[in-house]
Design a protein around this ligand. Structure first.
Ligand SMILES: [Fe+2]
Length: 301
């Protein structure tokens, strides 16, 4: 009998310039119940909004049922474009001072502007050239293990619908603002793309307890991470970059900003329904990637 070792060596992720045609099967997708629009959604009682949201969700669903996985562009309405313009313009003002310079550059590379809602197909094409990361439309909020596991395929599941017009600053569920302004630019960084892939690999093999730890790591980095850049603190987390309130709050005395410590982070509880009182600062994506690689290796088989 062979000796079992406690760690599993993880190879360097390979950037093979893959396309959406190489995606694995979308079987057994498990969604959180939020798909039915929770009652606190600003559009919950607006039937026209719900119908439109569900139509856009149906386009996303067609993507995963299509054997060729072709992303269907959404013809956004003038009203939807206006919601984007309002929120993107206000965020851009705050981001000029608070977002990492890498992120600001990445937005330009992907063609994300305040003028119009970017299409996943176009961002996917540009990302493929840069880091081989892929975007796959999805019609709702996927449960944690399934969602994170897709990152192992260098693929992020992204919604295409947009928040309700009555509250441009708020959405209780991921929408195209959160995906395109929050998440997608980070995948243009090779170290961040690799780090995401490690999280995905970890999610696939994690015990339930380890999955909770991974969820906290994801929360305090991908969603709410800060990075030190030339002696200044900057935001890179999607939950910060896509929310006026969180982005401004992150740099006030309301928040305790701590140096990133993996063991602390994976044990740190959080409340997703309130402003974050604790944030963690990484020194670089490269360091985050290496720390995460070692951590995932400790999961074993
Ligand atoms: Fe997110």
């Amino acid at each position: 009998m062979e000796n079992q070792t406690a760690t599993q060596k993880i190879d360097e992720p390979a950037f093979t310039g893959s396309s959406n045609n190489n995606l694995p099967e979308f079987r057994d997708m498990k969604f959180e119940k939020i798909n039915q629009l929770a009652l606190d959604h600003p559009g919950a009682n607006d039937m026209a909004y719900r119908t439109r949201r569900d139509y856009i969700a149906s386009l996303s669903k067609r993507f995963r049922e299509d054997p060729e996985h072709k992303i269907i562009d959404v013809e956004y309405t003038p009203e939807e474009q206006q919601v984007w313009q309002i929120v993107a313009t206000k965020l851009e003002e705050i981001q000029a001072k608070r977002a990492s310079s890498f992120y600001l550059e990445a937005k330009k590379k992907l063609g994300i502007s305040t003028r119009q809602i970017p299409q996943l197909s176009e961002m996917n094409r540009r990302l493929g050239e840069l880091t081989g990361f892929q975007l796959a439309p999805i019609e709702g909020l996927v449960e944690t293990r399934g969602f994170l596991s897709w990152l192992e395929h260098r693929t992020m599941l992204c919604t295409q619908y947009i928040r309700h017009t009555s509250r441009p600053e708020y959405t209780p569920e991921p929408d195209i603002v959160h995906e395109a302004i929050g998440h997608i630019p980070n995948f243009t960084n090779p170290d961040f793309a690799d780090f995401s892939q490690f999280i995905g690999r970890g999610a696939r093999i994690a015990s339930d307890e380890q999955l909770e730890e991974l969820g906290r790591l994801y929360w305090f980095t991908v969603e709410f991470g800060l990075v030190e850049e030339n002696g200044e603190l900057k935001a890179y987390g999607a939950g910060l970059l896509s929310s006026f309130g969180e982005l401004e709050n992150a740099f006030t005395d309301n928040v305790e900003r701590r140096p990133f410590d993996l063991n602390e982070v994976i044990n740190q509880d959080y409340d997703y329904s309130d402003m974050q009182p604790i944030l963690y600062v990484i020194s670089s994506y490269a360091e985050l990637k290496e720390t995460t690689r070692k951590y995932i290796e400790s999961f074993g088989k």
